[in-house]
Design a binder for this molecule. Structure first.
Ligand code: SF4
Length: 493
């Protein structure tokens, strides 16, 4: 599927994308960048959810001054997630006046529609590209439907009117997006930026349109592509729209890094967008992050709520055990599939197709539940203690199937117990992570297993085992791990 399109491999700080690398998940903060503590807290939260790059706006001098401090504080936490600065209108000034900001970032996002008026456009764009060349940084040329280069659009509309078969305003608009991205990329190369330090994106808010422009970009270039719907919206709409657009593109091999641009509901965690991105990648079979439970929806054949309760028990069990399994080095356990089914109609088939599965008796069936492992019938459970016995079988299966071996995929970062750098006030950081913990605890009931790090934040106790970094967090230090679990940075500074 995904490997069909060869793009340039781009290294952004500690992360590679494109050229056959895993599709990377990125996200964006919504805190004021100049508020270092809140921004750091949210970056840590996004990283703990699985974001592999984090972007924030750099809109003025105050933001630019905060960027090196953000990088320093993150480094103090052992977090080296690549940082992306989002520039509009004044990036040429900020990147030249604030060299330490230009150096601290790993990637600059430049919107060619927002780099200045017609006369200054090229000069401003060149200044930013030259800053990237000087500091060895990556640039995303990010075209957006809401801020398309109007001069280019006018030229293309005029050309379309003069053409024999006009394409129409919307068609020309989409062409202009593709053209803007490609022209800017060529320009950047002329100013000295290598093609393997360029990422392109072209975002609109309609699914079919974002598919069309990205297909065109993919057909006409080998630049690494950042794909996503812009302004996807809230809740279900944003989630479904993003899943559709990314599902189509990624299944065609288009897209090297993704962002799900969800609008959070008031009070909702910003990291929801990262969770959705993970679900999309895992649903497409492109990456594995956590075990999955297949459960039938239930119908008139289900005789009681037993199967719903068991599905929930299994989900909770996986959530609770996953951190320990990962720490024990059970590599591959994140791909585990468990089936909990309600009756004989589809039960045995689904249970056989999973790594391990159980088919509960439906209405009118003999009260017995066959358990399958790797497609073979293992045993049949009966009686009131069916749930704990199935969980024990599941535990035994995992321990046997995923024998410890040297990790090839580093575990999800564990932020618990990291020390802040000297002099950093941690109240805001801690408050952000506490909010995250509350959100996780609430969701755990509905079986939305999110990430190992989240579970660690809420449940893990006892001594730690240092592990290699991932997603930007390297070997955590936790000399003062709180016995009851939880992230207690403030107590240690
Ligand atoms: S597996 Fe059985 S109980 Fe579940 S939805 Fe299908 S028919 Fe209904």
């Amino acid at each position: 599927m995904h490997s069909s399109r060869k793009t340039h491999r781009v290294r952004v700080g500690t992360v590679e994308m494109g050229g056959g690398s895993p599709v990377r998940i990125q996200s964006m903060t919504n805190t004021p960048t100049s508020d270092v503590e809140r921004t750091v807290a949210q970056i840590l939260e996004l990283v703990s959810a699985g974001s592999e790059l984090v972007r924030f706006t750099v809109k003025d001098e105050e933001d630019a001054r905060a960027v090196p401090e953000i990088a320093r504080v993150l480094a103090g936490y052992g977090c080296s997630v690549p940082l992306v600065g989002d520039f509009h209108y004044n990036g040429h000034r900020l990147l030249t006046r604030h060299e330490d900001c230009a150096r601290a970032l790993d990637k600059y996002r430049i919107n060619p529609g927002n780099v200045g008026t017609a006369e200054q456009h090229d000069a401003n764009f060149r200044t930013m590209i030259e800053a990237a060349v000087e500091h060895g940084k990556v640039v995303r040329i990010g075209v957006n439907g809401g801020s398309l280069d109007q001069g280019l659009l006018a030229d293309l509309i005029q050309a379309d009117l003069e053409a024999g078969q006009p394409r129409g305003t919307r068609g020309v608009f989409l062409d202009a997006m593709v053209e803007s991205a490609l022209r800017s990329a060529r320009q950047a190369q002329e100013y000295g930026l290598p093609e393997d330090r360029i990422v392109l994106s072209a975002k609109v808010s309609e699914v079919q349109e974002v598919v069309e422009v990205n297909r065109a970009l993919a057909a006409r270039s080998r630049y690494a592509l950042h794909v996503g719907l812009t302004e996807a919206g809230m809740g279900l709409k944003g989630t479904v729209g993003s899943a559709l657009a990314l599902g189509i593109l990624l299944s065609e091999g288009v897209g090297d890094t993704i962002r799900v641009s969800l609008t959070p509901a008031p009070g909702e965690s910003r990291s929801r967008e990262v969770e959705v991105a993970r679900e999309i990648l895992q649903g497409l079979g492109l990456r594995s992050f956590y075990p999955r439970v297949t459960a039938c929806p239930g119908c008139g054949r289900t005789s009681s709520s037993l199967f719903q309760e068991l599905a929930q028990d299994v989900q909770r069990y996986l959530q609770r055990r996953m951190p320990d399994w990962q720490e024990a080095g059970l590599v591959g356990v994140e791909s585990l599939k468990v089936a909990v089914m309600g009756c004989v109609v589809n039960g045995p088939g689904e249970a056989r197709g999973a790594n391990i599965g159980i088919s509960l008796p439906g209405s009118g069936e003999i009260p017995a539940a066959p358990v399958y492992a790797d497609g073979k019938r293992l045993e049949t459970l009966k009686g009131d203690d069916l749930a704990p016995r199935f969980l024990q079988i599941l535990e035994d299966y995992v321990r046997h199937r995923y024998a410890p071996r040297p990790a090839t995929t580093p575990p999800v970062p564990d932020l618990k117990g990291l020390n802040p750098p000297p002099g950093v006030r941690t109240e805001a950081i801690e408050a952000g992570l506490d909010a995250r913990k509350a959100c996780i605890e609430e969701r755990s009931v509905v079986g939305n297993y999110v990430s190992t790090a989240e579970v660690r934040l809420t449940t893990q106790t006892g001594p730690s085992h240092p592990h290699p970094g991932v997603g930007g967090v390297s070997t955590p230090r936790r000399p003062n791990a709180t016995p009851g679990g939880g992230f207690r940075t403030g107590a240690r500074s």
